[in-house]
Ligand binder design. Structure first.
Ligand SMILES: [Fe+2]
Ligand SMILES: [Fe+2]
Length: 153
């Protein structure tokens, strides 16, 4: 639901999505405190305009920003891939692990470096990585990023 604003426009989709979600959840009978919290989380999930402002918002950020994988790529023509297609396609395995004991979440990625250098991942995901780090900080837990078995954060 957090990306529902994309049906209006990609630009400012977090804000249009927040308003849309609020209205839908209201129609479904959700109590005002709950739908307001969800609205605020959706409205703050984009790395260009938002940040973690609540536990739910931090959880949404951690889940959303970890969503990188080959199966996200709908373009089937490799020769027309842009950098987003290439990086997502190169991620053959992605796993977000919650380690309660050590109070950390670990994003484990396997990137096929024949398709994309790890640096390309950071070129497009640096803002999202930092947003995840701050969302974890909000929850008073650690965020770790492991790519091809190497801990990078
Ligand atoms: Fe989004
Ligand atoms: Fe998203």
């Amino acid at each position: 639901m957090h990306d529902i604003g994309n049906c209006v426009n990609r630009v400012d989709h977090a804000h249009s999505g927040a308003i849309l979600a609020y209205s839908i959840l209201k129609d479904m009978g959700m109590p005002v405190e709950e739908r307001t919290e969800i609205m605020m989380a959706i409205g703050n999930h984009d790395e260009n305009t938002g940040t973690a402002i609540s536990d739910i918002s931090a959880a949404l950020i951690l889940a959303d920003k970890s969503d990188v994988h080959r199966n996200r790529v709908t373009n089937t023509n490799l020769s027309t891939f842009d950098i987003h297609d290439r990086v997502n396609y190169a991620v053959t395995d992605a796993d977000l692990e919650v380690n309660e004991e050590e109070r950390k979440v670990i994003l484990n990625l396997t990137i096929d470096t024949k398709l994309c250098p790890v640096l390309d991942y950071f070129e497009i995901f640096m803002d999202r990585t930092m947003m995840s780090k701050y969302a974890a900080k909000y929850l008073k837990i650690w965020f770790e990023l492991v790519i091809n078995g190497t801990k990078l954060l």
